[in-house]
Design a protein around this ligand. Structure first.
Ligand SMILES: [Mg+2]
Length: 182
C-alpha cells in the first residue's frame, strides 16, 4: 500500500519544514495498523518540492520525516519505507521522480520486493492516485488535505475520465480496502 504523507497521514501545513508542525490526522495510525493487518507493506511516497524550490533543506525534511515516524511509532505503527522526491514541478516528465511519476513506486517495489499491480495508491491529490492507472493498482483519493478541492476541480473538468475511488480520510480508505480484499 502506497500512501502520500502531507494531507494524508499528517496535516498538510504547506511546505512543512519544522518538526513542531507535524500533527497526525486523527485516525491515520489506526488506519495504517489495519492495512498492516491485511498483510500490506506500508510505503510512503511524498513529493517534497519545497527542497527543489529552496524553501527548506534536506536536513529540515529529514527532521520532519523522523518526527512523523516517531509519532506513528508512538501510536503503534511502523512505516516500512518512505520515498521522497525533491524535484520542483516542470522537470522532464520522462525522468522526474515527482508524482504522478511511477519512478519512486518502481524503486520501492524493487527495494522491498513488492507487487505494484493490485496494490493501493492513496492520497489527497490526483498525483497520488494517477500512478494507480500506470501501475495497474487501485487509486483512492482522500477528502483530507487538498482532497476536497481536488474533487471539486475534477467535477468542474467534467471528471476527465479518471478512475479512482474516494474516501473521507485514511480510515475510510482502510475500511474500503478491507471490503475490497475480503
Ligand atoms: Mg498530499
Amino acid at each position: 500500500m502506497f500512501a502520500d504523507r502531507d494531507g494524508t497521514i499528517i496535516e498538510d501545513r504547506h511546505y512543512i519544514a519544522d518538526p513542531a508542525d507535524v500533527t497526525l490526522i486523527p485516525g491515520s495510525p489506526e488506519a495504517l495498523t489495519r492495512l498492516r493487518a491485511l498483510g500490506f507493506a506500508l510505503v510512503v511516497v511524498t513529493n517534497q518540492s519545497g527542497i527543489g524550490r529552496g524553501l527548506y533543506t534536506l536536513a529540515d525534511y529529514r527532521r520532519v520525516a523522523a518526527e512523523t515516524d516517531l509519532q506513528l511509532e508512538r501510536a503503534g505503527v511502523t512505516i516500512d519505507a518512505t520515498y521522497f522526491c525533491t524535484d520542483a514541478p516542470g522537470g522532464d516528465p520522462e525522468t522526474t521522480c515527482r508524482k504522478p511519476s511511477p519512478v519512486l513506486y518502481r524503486r520501492a517495489a524493487r527495494d522491498l520486493g513488492l507487487a505494484l499491480a493490485g496494490s493501493y495508491y492513496v492520497g489527497d491529490k490526483l498525483s497520488d492516485v494517477l500512478p494507480a492507472a500506470t501501475l495497474r493498482g487501485t487509486g483512492i483519493l482522500l477528502r483530507t488535505g487538498h482532497g476536497t478541492a481536488e474533487e471539486e476541480r475534477m467535477a468542474e473538468d467534467g471528471g476527465s475520465g479518471g478512475s479512482w475511488l474516494v474516501a473521507d480520510d485514511l480510515a475510510g480508505a482502510a475500511e474500503l480496502i478491507e471490503r475490497l480484499e475480503s
